[in-house]
Design a protein around this ligand. Sequence first.
Ligand code: CUO
Length: 648
Amino acid sequence: AEREFLLKQKEILRLLSKVHEPNRFKHQIELGDKFVAGLEELSFKDASPVHSLMKIFKTKKFLPRGEIFTLFNDAHRAEMIVLFEALYFAKNWESFLATACWARDRVNEGIFVYALSVAVLHRHDCRGIILPPAYETYPHLFVNSRVIHEAYRAKMRQQDAVIRMNFTGTVKNPEQRVAYLGEDVGMNSHHAHWHMDFPFWWRSADYGLQKDRKGELFYYMHHQLIARFDLERLSNELPFVEPLSFDDVIVDGFHPQTTYRVGGEFPSRPDNFAFQDVEHIKVRQMKDYVRRIQQAIAHGFVFSKNGIIIALNDTEGIDMLGSMMEPSMDSPHVEYYGYLHNYGHIMLGQITDPKGKFNLPPGVMEHFETATRDPAFFRLHKYIDNIFKEHKDSLPMYTKKELDFPNVQITKVDIDNLETYFENFDVDLLNALDDTVELDDVSIKARVTRMNHAPFTYDIKVKSDKSHTAAVRIFLGPKYDWFGQEIDIEQKRMYMIELDKFTAKLESGENTILRKSSESSVTIPDQISTKKLWDRVEAGIQGAATVEVDKDHRHCGYPDRLLLPKGKPEGMPFTLYVILTDFDQEKVNDIAADYSYGGSISYCGAMHGHKYPDNRPMGFPFDRKIESPDVFFTPNMFSRDVTITFKG
Ligand code: CUO
């Protein structure tokens, strides 16, 4: 069984290697040809996408190879969905593989990589298959133009090279101080994978797979991205990020200095640029969406498409609001509440060529792989987050009963020194370069600077009356704001970052809970490089090594390295919060493994039809208003100051 799995893994690696070069592997070429000739022998749960696929392909309507694919473009997305469905509905591995082989050499590369990746992440027979890191599959979206140019030079000279990549811009641009976060290759991979696990175009009923609390995850994961960005800003003497507004100019421009493989440079935006109507999307229309959503929040209900009124002012309201604002296919009335978030991405992406006069390629905001590079990403999402906040603030505050865990008390929390530092990381550029000239591959890497932290452990002492299963939530919040003023809890809760969430067994009396930073439910470790993956698979197939297969492997998860904000060289104070609640009161099922399912549930939820393991709102207990700390803090909560020191 292991060998069979490794052979599958190998096929996927082949499919995704050098996608710009068609016809690389003989047996995959044969399979692709067979797909056309032998469609009757293959089997699909739903064959109609396959027929549409062939039809569009024969009429040459497909986005040509080499053209830039963006998921935000309706026509591109429609084609991608046809291919995705053909792959997803293939009844067995053979039919799936033949379809993929056919598409790899014929369909637009961007469409192919995206559709195949989402299919691999969702097919049962692909569970445990590891996709190569996105920054190695299509490095152009992750490294800048200068690196690409130098990489070509190195290849022409047939010399190995390690090319140092700097962050975009200069010190004259204060925003560059936090570029290490927005441009982090792991952070961008996380964001791209999150959107592959929770595609806004996902049709749950048709695909037979419901994504539990998808709208709420959309809210919460992005809320956390902004809070984390804000703590990095604070660590670098920058004020919290300001929400943007459709009426004001966007003060800070952005010059990505990144290039598409074909199709030119990513467009840049000068300082003080205003929102413009773009083709099909008017600024006025965006304001209408906002007004209607805010009205729904104020009224506490939404209008659905068929005229039914649905309550919004309860714990589940946030899930619906998320689906309305993104919007996903679950939006109750997409014509009325509109496309606020997705259109925001498009408007920012096309802001310098709104009428398409200059035929500029899509902006960084039009790909999930590149969006966070632009500081306007965080400004758009803060704007949206503030609307979510209006809803959360309209809900009743948590009662003592909801907050308390009777007869359970945290007596002490110890933690190791918290230290962060920068390190080098090499991105393999093998896939970035064209093979038009007959030259051998040489080893070419981009060396980026990335943040990391020393591993640490929490040591939590708890007194309990009897045995319990406790849900443990750990958050970190800022202590002082940009002006050096201590922040009160009602303000602070918006900047609280989740560090971990897990369950722990308590016995009567004194208990010690030890938890390592590496175990965090927020993060995943570094992705394994394509090369290592190849070597491992080959060794496994040849029987030279045993390869452990993790069927629950997740690609979605914040990079472990970025768990802590940077802090300051002289040490920067933060506040750590630990909250224990009774897991038996909040668990949704008895699948014990669910709480650690895939290891990164906090921002990425559970996968493959599993339920999110607890029924508390995400971000509990900081998601709702806090009137006064005296009422809020119960003995099952503990807060203490911690210091994060940046070691350079
Ligand atoms: Cu993730 Cu706007 O949703 O980028």
